[in-house]
Design a protein around this ligand. Structure first.
Ligand code: NAD
Length: 476
């Protein structure tokens, strides 16, 4: 149970913001300007379903317009409220600044349990919500560009972009009005996996910095590390899959809504995902031990804890019992401000949400650029690159034959070297570069300043400084 005096999500974000600005010398007026949420729009709309009119409540919050468009996901969940979307919008501002995507921060949400409606009903509801937002330029390629979040995905984005196109028939950039679309509706290769992929790249970069690994009380590489993941949705599934299949991690626990499954020898992530798809939960999964109280598995002995479901799951009530020396916040706000303090005091390293789950917005940025440039990445240069590589391979083989050295290029090398980069390779390369660069910018502050003792404060310092510079350049 969450402790009674726990601050709300927005208060938690504000407390973390305050910790950082206390270490900066911002003009007081500017500090307030950056702190506050510019506007939150609340809409209540009716949809006729199953013979009766049902009213839904939705929000779109704009935190900062120091850069436009503003960007941030739309969440479909029963717990959506103004406090939550404002907290998430603020996080988006700082996240975009940290990973250098040229956007202000925004977030939206609809109070709904998507599991209660069939596909046709969801389409009606989503289109109606999108209509309300489009009417007020809260979905617009140059002003406000939503993306998927909890409870939404490619399907909802496809409905939203289609709705925008119907209402803006002459807008040549219409497809750039939302990101996270299916490929055939203007999406980009690698967007679905992007946030989970970003979590993997973030951990890879962390493990490249051996001092940081030691600071967490760990050693060596990602190989063999025991990982517990909460939430096997878009973000958690991809993170767990890539970490286990590509980095040699052992996923020893997966927590879902109806409980958790644990296995010290490592769980088969795809098999469990398929099981959930067929049975609606983790219970009964044959290759692991079921734990009814899923939240208790957050306290399991492991090396890396990946909360990838929802906010506030690590709070004052359980922070002390969390054993993982390294937590990577794949979800937004999974650690409350109170828990953050407890964990910091006991030396747990937290890779903060603002950085850890920025893979989504990074690839969304690439998708938006693709939509505005109306051309697939790699289309112009891929074959030219392959032709140049072929020239080198031919020349090496000729030299080897002419000089009698008899070198042989391995077929594996040739296959890899000759292949020009397509859209997916370019997206992954851009994402990897972004995650490495942003980690180093945080790390420089974390390691370089005596008054900064954690990555979250460092992330806030980098981000707030960039937002402040942008406002100051405008003369504010
Ligand atoms: P999702 O809806 O695809 O997955 C969420 C998963 O968490 C589901 O499998 C759900 O069953 C599970 N879950 C819900 N309540 C739970 C509980 N109490 N205990 C355990 N599991 C629970 O959502 P997502 O897109 O993967 O988003 C997850 C988090 O990542 C959110 O905080 C979201 O804001 C953040 N995020 C998502 C993206 C993105 O690109 N999708 C980008 C950045 C951040």
């Amino acid at each position: 149970m969450q402790a009674i005096q726990e601050p709300s999500f927005r208060e938690s974000v504000e407390l973390m913001f305050n910790r950082a600005v206390a270490l900066m010398e911002l003009p007081p007026g500017l500090e307030e300007k950056i702190r506050v949420c510019n506007a939150t729009y609340t809409v209540r709309f009716g949809v006729r379903l199953r013979g009766e009119l049902k009213t839904f409540t939705g929000y779109r919050s704009v935190h900062s317009e120091h850069m436009e468009p503003v960007k941030g996901g739309i969440r479909f969940a029963t717990g959506v409220n103004q406090d939550e979307v404002e907290a998430l919008a603020a996080l988006m501002t700082f996240k975009c600044a940290l990973v250098e995507t040229p956007f202000g921060g925004s977030k939206g949400g609809l109070c709904i349990d998507p599991r209660e409606y069939d596909e046709h009903e969801m389409e009606q509801i989503t289109r109606r919500f999108a209509y309300e937002l489009i009417k007020r330029d809260l979905i617009n390629p140059s002003q406000n560009v939503p993306a998927p979040d909890m409870g939404t995905g490619e399907r909802e984005m496809a409905w939203m972009v289609d709705q925008y196109m119907r209402m803006n028939t002459t807008d040549i950039n219409a497809r750039a009005c939302v990101t996270g679309k299916p490929l055939n509706a203007g999406g980009i290769a690698g967007r679905v996996e992007a946030t989970g992929r970003g979590v993997q790249y973030a951990l890879q970069e962390f493990f490249r910095n051996i001092d940081d690994v030691h600071e967490a009380g760990l050693d060596g590489s990602l190989h063999g590390k025991r990982v517990v993941v909460q939430g096997l949705g878009n973000v958690g599934y991809h993170a767990a899959k890539f970490l286990s299949e590509e980095d040699g991690c052992k996923v020893t626990g997966i927590i879902e809504r109806d409980g958790a499954v644990v296995d010290d020898t490592g769980l088969d992530v795809d098999a469990l995902r398929n099981w959930i798809g067929r049975h609606g939960g983790v219970k009964g999964f044959p290759d692991g031990t079921y734990v009814e109280n899923g939240a208790a598995v957050l306290e399991h002995d492991c090396d890396i804890l990946v909360p990838a479901a929802l906010e506030g799951v690590i709070h004052r009530g359980n922070a002390d019992q969390v054993k993982a020396p390294l937590i990577i916040e794949a979800a937004n706000g999974p650690v409350t401000a109170g828990a953050d303090e407890i964990l910091r005091n006991k030396g747990t390293i937290i890779i903060p949400d603002m950085y850890a789950n920025a893979g989504g917005v990074t690839v969304s940025y690439f998708e938006w650029v693709k939509n505005l440039s109306h051309i697939r990445f790699g289309r112009m240069q891929r074959r030219q690159e392959e032709a140049r590589h072929q020239l080198i391979v031919d020349e090496l083989e000729r030299l080897s034959a002419d000089t009698g050295i008899g070198w042989q290029l391995t077929p594996n090398f040739k296959d890899k070297y000759l292949k020009g980069a397509g859209e997916l390779e370019l997206v992954r390369s851009g994402l990897d570069d972004t995650m490495r660069t942003a980690y180093q910018s945080m790390r420089e502050v974390w390691r370089g300043r005596d008054d900064v003792t954690d990555l979250r404060t460092a992330a806030y310092l980098v981000a707030i400084d960039r937002v402040a510079t942008s406002y100051q350049a405008k003369g504010l």
